[in-house]
Design a protein around this ligand. Structure first.
Ligand code: SF4
Length: 65
């Protein structure tokens, strides 16, 4: 699976980072610092929880085809 983030819509409340700090890095101003990433199988559950934690709903899960 892959995570895709509508980075321009981020409001910088760091909820994703609070759930999964290593997967959802923040920039110096507290906004998400990535547009997305491939998720290793062992991190899938954590990545999903981080995505669900975003109140702006801008973290999207793209499943493998
Ligand atoms: S939870 Fe959503 S809005 Fe908040 S920092 Fe993460 S991506 Fe941005």
């Amino acid at each position: 699976m892959r995570i895709r983030i509508e980075r321009a819509q981020c409001v910088g409340n760091a909820r994703c980072n609070a759930v999964a700090e290593a997967l959802y890095p923040l920039d110096d101003d507290g906004y998400i610092a990535t547009d997305g990433f491939d998720v290793p199988a062992e991190s899938a559950s954590l990545a999903r929880r981080g995505a669900r934690a975003c109140p702006e709903r801008i973290i999207f899960i793209e499943e493998d085809q």
